[in-house]
Write a protein that binds this ligand. Sequence first.
Ligand code: F6P
Length: 342
Amino acid sequence: MRVGVLTGGGDCPGLNAVIRAIVRKGVQEYGYSFTGFRDGWRGPLDDATVRLDIPAVRGILPRGGTVLGSSRTNPLQAEDGVRCIRDTLARHGVDALITIGGEDTLGVAARLSGEHGIPCVGVPKTIDNDLSATDYTFGFDTAVGIATEAIDRLHTTAESHMRVLVVEVMGRHAGWIALHSGLAGGANVILIPEQRFDVDQVCSWVTSRFRASYAPIVVVAEGAVPRDGDMVLKDGTLDSFGHVRLSGIGEWLAKQIEKRTGKEARTTVLGHVQRGGTPSAFDRWLATRFGLHAIDAVRDGDFGTMVALRGTDIVRVPLGEATARLKTVDPKLYAEVGVFFG
Ligand code: F6P
């Protein structure tokens, strides 16, 4: 049996841990051989491969990024994409494909498997933690840790200057990173894409924080949107979900706070630092277990499935179910955290 492996979409700490687990168990326990495809779906489209054997995965467990490279290429949008992938797999004698990715990459795997009979097993990854059908995705814990450390550091500089510090974190459609890091870092305001926010309300929380002689920290997810429709429509763009988005929401919000409260405000955009570097111990654990279970799904011929975390168990779910909708923050959970605002 020869198994192809690819990593698609935005990279994420823990990808190498999955690859290592797949190869180690596949070679040692089942005697399989592997072909790594370079840069997500671009690899099978362009026939770009990477050697994938035990020496190739030695020492990669703690390394961030992906030794296979990644891209957001969608083969279903390429001319003759499906035929091209089928030909490449046949040329290399690949019997099954493990695709490690987020909503887009796994959505393609679901269609290739369901509509075109290409045997795929999926592994969920995203720092955003917004894939349904799994309790957590690896990469999320690392990203939350990085954002929390940044917030801890920003508290001290905010207090020295008695300024507002706005921290913009990743999360286009879901506010999981903002919610978890904001709570862990003791933020005074947390704004998420799921719930439109009122700038005047934010300013009143900021002012009450100053009244208590503390400098406020505002955590805002990049996809958060203010309630004032006019302002958004003037400066915003429509994203792939048809939602209006402001680019640079952190910077925009800091300016509004300065204007409306008269207090000095600064913005920190954490950006890709949240995706870089070594995975946390939890992410190494989760990614490794996903890898071990993905190769078992291949052995069982259980294609069209994705491995997922449910409680402490790793289970298999249909790929279609996993990519049907995004997992967003429940309003009740957000309301629970609201006790700390202001
Ligand atoms: O999907 C993960 C994610 O990190 C989002 O939170 C972020 O908006 C996006 O990727 C950034 O993507 P890129 O690296 O392609 O700019």
